[in-house]
Design a protein around this ligand. Structure first.
Ligand code: MV4
Length: 486
């Protein structure tokens, strides 16, 4: 949807591909053309390079945008596109390959002069080597998969007595997940913040950073709230240029020539360390767009078409604050269990400072085969508090029934005193889930009962609310008034 929108603004025809599970998906309706590429299982559709290239040939495409997931960071696919005469909308296959291996990326970053987490450059797959390396680095240490990323195959080791079995487990897990058992060792950064720098480069060696995004609010390595700028960087303003320069050093060393993200971990003493590079457009890119004013997908397309970057570093300015919530079909009251099903009612927020990047419509059935992300609700405000207030207001306007969602959960997070104070780390969500008081939203399946009860509730309330002149945000009031005035 996001890519189709950029294409349409540039008068470029769009061709969607879809699997059996996505026959009714919004992107298929929205694109100029659409081509079926296989069954629901992504291994037989969205991951089939041959079928995607075939579809591109059939529809006489010029270029292929790989989106956020699936083949978006696959160097072979980028190379295959070029071989078949299509422009791959992303960095060169060579720079994807250089940055795809986490150990290779660490070496590259270190040589480029960027700060990296203290750790090993060489594989620690052998127990003997691992013991020597871990002693040198100092416990606690983390074992990570060289081919990994996103936290898969990561293991914390607090003492030498745990090391040998952890190395064995991490190696076999990496072997199974990535067909590559190579692991390496890093020192543990305690309660870090996850801060990433947006970079963009063209084919002529121009490279610019667009500042940071704070992405510390994650659950099981899935981001749930992102913001631009970072409260931490705002407290240490010199760090934006420092992190930006570190990111650009890495990008230069990799010959980077499209949109990308350089991830860092930051500790509470003002240190930051390179983690990895994501060689794709990211889900959370809208917060950067709202604060810098650039359309990142248009930039990707222009650069891929051979245009030079239309601005330089000194032109980049950051205005106000943006915050994004990832609205998903999952139930926060049952450990975020996926909640596929048909969307019955949909009322979407709008108004000042609201951007909704949504992929759903009323009557659509959320498939259980894929990621349950329904929409990204993003707000802009002049400062962090204004962005949060707007997000609260927009979440209050958002009604999705038929599937359970995490909308009400976000309202709790945004009300949290620690969150409001910007005291966040990668452990925030875990800590929050322990201290939060359970507060369930009315069950969507009780819609009828809610409507009837709300009618009875609204009659006396309409008057009392007006008399109190209070600002209330009540689903009962909205539903009740709707019923009453029908
Ligand atoms: C770390 C770390 C602490 N110390 N590395 C998790 C995902 C992967 N990209 C790297 N990750 C981490 N690496 C060191 N040396 C803590 C994490 C981590 C994390 C990082 C970013 C966002 C959320 C996270 C949640 C748990 C752990």
């Amino acid at each position: 949807m996001r890519v189709i929108r950029a294409l349409r603004e540039m008068n470029i025809r769009s061709i969607a591909v879809f699997s059996d599970a996505d026959r009714g998906a919004l992107h298929v309706r929205m694109a100029d053309e659409a081509e079926h590429i296989g069954p629901a299982a992504s291994a037989e559709s969205y991951l089939r390079q041959d079928r995607i290239l075939e579809a591109a040939k059939k529809h006489q495409a010029d270029a292929i945008h790989p989106g956020y997931g699936f083949l978006s960071e696959n160097a072979e696919f980028a190379a295959a596109c070029a071989r078949e005469g299509f422009v791959f909308i992303g960095p060169s296959a060579e720079s994807i390959r250089r940055l795809g291996s986490k150990t290779a990326a660490r070496i590259l970053a270190k040589q480029a002069g960027a700060p990296v987490v203290p750790g090993s450059e060489e594989p620690a797959t052998d127990a003997q080597r691992a013991r020597a390396l871990a002693r040198e680095i100092g416990y606690p240490v983390l074992l990570k998969a060289a081919a990994g990323g996103g936290g898969k195959g990561m293991r914390r080791v607090n003492a030498e007595s745990e090391l040998e079995s952890a190395v064995r487990d991490a190696t076999s897990e990496a072997e199974r997940a990535f067909q590559n058992g190579e692991i390496y060792i890093e020192k543990v950064i305690e309660k870090p913040r996850h801060i990433e720098i947006q970079i963009v480069g063209d084919h002529y060696g121009n490279l610019v950073h667009l500042g940071e995004r704070e992405c510390s609010l994650q659950r099981r390595h899935q981001k749930i709230v992102e913001e631009c700028p970072s409260p931490w960087v705002t407290q240490h303003p010199e760090l934006r240029a420092a992190m930006g320069e570190a990111a650009l050093k890495i990008a230069r060393a990799a010959g980077y020539d499209n949109l990308g993200t350089v991830e860092f971990l930051a500790d509470d003493r003002g240190n930051f360390y390179f983690l990895e590079v994501n060689t794709r457009l990211q889900v959370e890119h809208p917060v950067t767009e709202l604060v810098t004013g650039y359309d990142l997908v248009q930039l990707q397309l222009r650069i891929a078409a051979g245009e030079a970057l239309p601005f330089s570093q000194k032109d980049v300015a950051w205005r106000g604050w943006a915050m994004e919530c990832r609205v998903c079909a999952e139930d926060p009251e049952t450990n975020f269990f996926p909640s596929p099903g048909t969307i019955m009612q949909l009322r979407e927020p709008s108004g000042p400072g609201i951007r909704l990047d949504s992929g759903v419509y009323a009557g659509w059935t959320v498939p259980l085969e894929y990621d349950p992300l329904l929409a990204k609700l993003v707000t802009w405000g002049p400062d962090r508090n204004a962005a949060i207030q707007r997000l609260q207001r927009a979440l209050g306007e958002y009604t999705i029934t038929g599937v359970k969602t995490n909308v009400a959960f976000f309202r709790e997070i945004l009300d949290d005193a620690e969150f409001r104070a910007g005291k966040i780390s990668t452990e925030f969500v875990t800590d929050f889930l322990i201290r939060r008081k359970p507060r369930a939203e009315p069950d969507a399946q009780l819609d009828l009962a809610v409507a009837l009860a709300a009618t009875a509730y609204a009659k006396p309330r309409l008057l009392s609310v007006a008399q109190n002149r209070e600002c209330v945000d009540s689903r009962w009031l909205t539903e009740g008034r709707g019923q009453l005035l029908r």
